[in-house]
Ligand binder design. Structure first.
Ligand code: HH2
Length: 284
């Protein structure tokens, strides 16, 4: 079983991405009042669109629009409110930037509205648990991020537990990937994400990062989202997420050196530089 990851250019009905220059950078754009790092900064659509354009200019290969925070302890946001936050921003961004737009949601009605507005990727932290979202992604020809999470955002950090975190996360993702393929989603449009910080202790996150080669060998493109997360604060002692840019850069460098296809970050310019350096070293 494998997807043809040797093909550097991915074209799908809604977009095109060239992976030949090493890992691609996905810029995070949270249109929420309460995201752990950029909450409240881009609730205003003008500010959100300006930041999206800025990240594309800095070299983001795609933009991930998040209308609901999934930080530990966060509550769910109704679909209507997610649509109200995200759709005007997506409608404007697709006309202003030349990169695919991703919608970070687990709700089929939000994803449908985003795809109608021009999004090309569905980023689902519940790995298409919802049958309707699975069918939507298959029918509409979107790319999808299948992410691993133990529990739900409300409860996931209470007592995460694994016998073998890497094997369990990998087994889960491969199982969800098989289900997505059975529903008709081609393997090259299925991207797998170990879900850094989602029902994991710092040790679990570090183990997953240490074992990235095993994910990269599984036959699918791998996406990793370490950006400014708590494990970086715990290792470095940086309590303010804004002070975790260098720690994030180190994690991005590690991802780039271990077969990751996409890194999801807030600090696009830094990640783009890191990826360029790792790539230059590897092709020297
Ligand atoms: N992390 C966050 C949200 N969505 N999606 C994927 N695929 N992978 C991730 O690691 C991931 C994600 C959490 O980060 P952020 O969006 O910055 O914060 P919040 O959930 O508080 O909006």
């Amino acid at each position: 079983m494998s997807t043809d990851r040797t093909q550097p250019v991915l074209t799908w009905p809604l977009g095109r991405l060239d992976f030949s220059a090493g890992p691609l950078v996905m810029g995070v754009l949270n249109v929420t009042p309460d995201s752990f790092s950029d909450g409240g900064l881009y609730l205003d659509p003008d500010a959100a669109v300006a930041h999206g354009i800025e990240m594309a200019e800095q070299g983001a290969a795609m933009l991930d629009i998040g209308p609901e925070s999934s930080r530990p302890g966060s509550a769910r946001v109704l679909a209507d409110e997610q649509i109200r936050r995200a759709i005007p921003v997506i409608e404007r961004l697709v006309r202003r930037v030349n990169v695919p737009i991703s919608i970070d949601t687990c709700r089929p009605d939000v994803a449908a509205a985003a795809l109608d507005a021009g999004a090309a990727i569905v980023n689902d932290i519940t790995a298409l648990a919802d049958e309707g979202l699975l069918r939507l992604v298959a029918d509409r020809g979107a790319c999808v991020v299948l992410m691993h999470m133990q529990g739900t955002p409300e409860t996931m950090q209470r007592d995460p537990h694994y016998e073998d975190v890497t094997q369990e996360v990998l087994d889960f993702l491969l199982d969800r990937a098989r289900r997505a393929r059975d529903a008709g989603i081609p393997p090259e449009r299925i991207w797998l994400d170990p879900g850094i910080g989602f029902g994991k202790t710092t040790r679990h996150n570090l183990r997953l990062l240490r074992d990235l080669d095993r994910f990269a060998e599984a036959g699918y493109r791998i996406l990793v989202g370490p950006s400014r997360k708590r494990f970086i604060g715990e290792v470095t002692g940086r309590t303010d997420p804004a002070d975790r840019v260098l720690g994030t850069a180190a994690a991005v460098a590690h991802c780039a050196a271990h077969g990751v296809a996409i890194v999801r970050v807030h600090d696009v310019a830094a990640a783009v530089d890191v990826v360029k350096i790792i790539r230059a070293i590897h092709s020297a």
